[in-house]
Design a protein around this ligand. Sequence first.
Ligand SMILES: Nc1ncnc2c1ncn2[C@@H]1O[C@H](COP(=O)(O)OP(=O)(O)OP(=O)(O)O)[C@@H](O)[C@H]1O
Length: 386
Amino acid sequence: MGYAVTIAIDQVLEQLKRVKGPDLNGNIVDLALVSDIAASGDQVAFSITVPADRAAQLEPLRAAAEKAALAAPGVARALVTLTADSKAQLAPVRSAPSIKQADAVPPPMQKRAPQPPQAPAAKASVPGVGAIIAVASGKGGVGKSTTAVNIALGLHARGLKVGVLDADIYGPSLPRLLNISGRPQSGGDRVLLPLERHGLRVMSMGFMVAEDTATVWRGPMIMQALTQMLREVAWGELDVLIVDMPPGTGDAQLTMAQNVPLAGVVIVSTPQDLALIDARKGLNMFRKVDVPILGLIENMSYFTCPDCDGRHAIFGHGGARAEAERIGAPFLGEVPLVMQIRETSDSGAPIVVSDPQSVQAQIYRDIAGLIWERLGEERLLAGGDG
Ligand SMILES: Nc1ncnc2c1ncn2[C@@H]1O[C@H](COP(=O)(O)OP(=O)(O)OP(=O)(O)O)[C@@H](O)[C@H]1O
């Protein structure tokens, strides 16, 4: 005897009328900011359109809408995403410091005085691109590309404008993960237009060369190709550009870390000892070239048995968290080993878009949220003591 919960959308909207708009006049329903509302079982999902330049500060609005939706009859879970109004301009990085840094940085408002954009080193920034984040791993096959794409989609679900650059010249994964192929069109003036999928702007070496050609490339050619993908692509205005790095810590990775104006790096590792040792090497490499470590993600962290619902730590679990603590790097989260993650990424529709209501999609969105926060902290620290 199952139970069927039915949610009446108009009752949810009735509750949402209690939530004021971003400017505190009117409510989000009458202002026509609520869209894509859908209910399934005891869950409801919808988007709220907000100005892109304020998306990062409107988390309280999102939280209020979530709370209001939960008050509607039959709603046990509400999934609310902020969608950027494309008319508005680039979102600045969220300005609130974390509690632990409250003493270390001046109050955010005092930091609003005019100041030049903070590049992490002397590397020229990419015009229009707010922050470039590398997703790296010490060794191959740990799920770096899958993680990078789902994080990108998680950031996009927060209303941010996101691009993804596949710098894995030897084994580009984005064409497969996002099911895109074809040559990028010329945008005139010697620039290429990125391809678009699931709201992301995407560029991959896989679009440019035949699959088996890149393997013979040498360092300088790789760097030249990367520079072109970074600077000769019409990325437009982006809040974040995610760079899916080649796996490992060799010369190619070091050169990239040195030449790309990275705002930070996220390291993906599996719980196995070996992968952790390699992740440590990756961390050290980025530290050496002064790229802020935004945090560590443990992928394939545990396996949730579909039959018994039990959690099994197949490779031993929690290694990355312990490692992160030991070296003082933030721990961003654990992604379980789930067949659906593999199936969805191998079929070109990563889980954050193909099953946004799943637990796994929520995990990726949470990680994306933490990364966005960490980026804000690093920005403040970079500009903190001037
Ligand atoms: N959490 C997960 N659960 C199940 N399968 C996963 C998970 N993460 C990644 N995979 C699968 O593992 C395989 C390797 O993932 P992916 O290609 O993202 O790894 P990678 O580290 O980028 O690899 P490479 O080093 O070859 O570029 C893929 O088939 C992917 O679908």
